[in-house]
Design a protein around this ligand. Structure first.
Ligand code: SF4
Ligand code: SF4
Length: 443
């Protein structure tokens, strides 16, 4: 298939990165690449969906990867997967003879091996320069569900209407469910039999990069997991700490030990990011050197510094994130000539964060249980579908109150002059409410 044709399929069928920021997938297909990487690192504790989907649908996913590789003229497809994802690896191996370009790239059980800059380094030893995209080193990265969605769009003409989501933690039966977009988190958690404790909080996404969620929150194309954790769990307490308190704590007790910088996965790859220097500057009002501020741009928000490295319990990631957001709002970026990019740290291998230690540090070891794929077909009475579900411009509602819609019908149209994709109905039903942000449908 030609590049333009594949790109149009992705756009029309609403395909975005199924997790993270949800970068529209067609936008990665604007240049030739030599390598396609399937990111099945799934490095956040308790998440389960990617490895299970790959085990279940490896033929479909490898078919989609091959379409992408042919369109961009790539010579190799690397399936990046941890060596203990046995079922996924066996499933891929069983189909490899039909897909000559595919090879397996085994990842160590470290965090954050799923940060695409880290995944690329671990599988190809190429380092994406700070501020650049993977295509700069000839690589395009897609995740497992994104490629499954592409397969469904190409072969079954089925757009993205549902999302796989893992529910884990303090619930009766942890599991992974395929649910319609626009379902609420409370409804999804009910599918497990519900919470088994009284005082709990939801984490939307993984424990490291996710955030506090609410029962009324709606499933979108980037919802990967709902974790139900006790209110007094370390992860919940960390994520509920106000920024103002994090700043006061930092000013009082940051001892400049540098552990946050020494374990920072981006710093270890040579990126000019030094959280300890930012903490020093931000808490003392130092303005002589602006680099620690400008370099917040290169923070991936992985959370290693505040969830694992800092012995004082401080929150560098949160403070860097706030600063990074303000910089973006003001259009501030480091000038290319100011970006000092070093070699990969020779001690990197000894400073990567092992997953068992991370799970223990986060107080999550007891929840590290299977969350099997549920065969259940989920039905709902109503869905409220967001017109903005990913990075880029929101879609414009393309239906009005009273319209009858069918599953897969376009209900939000992307502006073709901007970054964005169409949004589709996840049910058959009647539109009961429309505004700029949501379309609500009674099933
Ligand atoms: S690890 Fe904590 S105490 Fe040490 S420099 Fe970083 S923020 Fe400060
Ligand atoms: S969150 Fe912390 S550890 Fe992660 S990239 Fe940013 S500064 Fe480095």
């Amino acid at each position: 298939m030609r590049l333009e044709e594949l790109s149009a399929i992705m756009r029309e069928n609403g395909i975005v990165g199924a997790g993270g920021a949800g970068f529209p997938s067609y936008a990665k297909l604007n240049m030739k690449a030599d390598t396609i990487i399937l990111n099945c690192a799934e490095c956040e504790p308790l998440l389960r969906l990617h490895r299970q989907l790959l085990a279940d649908k490896s033929f479909e996913i490898m078919t989609a990867l091959t379409e992408v590789a042919e369109a961009v003229e790539a010579d190799q497809i690397i399936i990046a997967v941890k060596d203990h994802y046995k079922a996924a690896i066996e499933s891929v191996k069983a189909n490899m003879s039909s897909f000559p370009k595919v090879k397996i790239g085994l990842l160590e059980d470290i965090y954050p091996s799923g940060d695409e800059i880290v995944t690329i380094y671990e599988t190809t030893k190429r380092v994406v320069p700070p501020g650049k995209l993977p295509i700069e080193v000839g690589v395009i990265v897609y995740n497992v569900e994104t490629m499954y969605n592409l397969y469904m769009a190409i072969t079954n003409k089925k757009p993205v209407t549902h999302k796989y989501i893992t529910v884990a933690g303090e619930v009766k039966n942890p599991g992974t469910f395929l649910v319609p977009l626009g379902m609420t988190f409370d409804e999804v958690v009910t599918l497990t039999g519900g919470p088994v404790i009284e005082n709990y909080a939801y984490i939307s996404g993984g424990p490291m990069t996710g955030r506090i969620g609410a029962g009324t929150e709606l499933v979108t194309k980037t919802s990967n997991a709902i974790l139900v954790l006790p209110e007094n769990n370390f992860v919940v307490k960390k994520k509920k700490t106000p920024v103002s308190l994090s700043m006061k704590q930092a000013a009082s007790v940051c001892c400049q030990c540098r552990m946050c910088t020494d374990l920072c996965p981006r710093n270890l790859l040579g990126y000019p990011i030094e959280p300890h220097a930012f903490m020093r500057g931000a808490t003392t009002g130092q303005i002589g050197d602006v680099r620690p501020y400008l370099n917040t741009q290169f923070c991936s928000q992985c959370g290693v510094c505040e969830m694992y490295a800092c012995g004082q319990g401080l929150n560098p990631r949160t403070l860097l994130g706030e600063f990074k957001k303000k910089m973006a709002q003001n259009g501030l970026r480091p000038a290319p000539e100011d970006i000092v990019f070093s070699e990969v740290n020779p001690g990197r291998d000894y400073r990567c964060v092992p997953m068992p230690r991370l799970r223990a540090r986060l107080g999550l070891a007891t929840y590290d249980k299977p969350a099997p794929m549920s065969p259940q077909e989920i039905t709902v009475k109503k869905v409220k579908i967001a017109m903005s579900q990913h990075i880029g411009a929101p879609a414009a509602p393309a239906v009005k109150v009273g319209d009858k819609v069918t599953e897969g019908q376009v209900i939000g149209m992307a502006d073709t002059s901007k970054l964005g994709v169409n949004i589709h109905s996840s049910v058959n039903g009647t539109v009961i409410d429309v505004n700029d942000r949501f379309v609500t449908i009674e099933a």
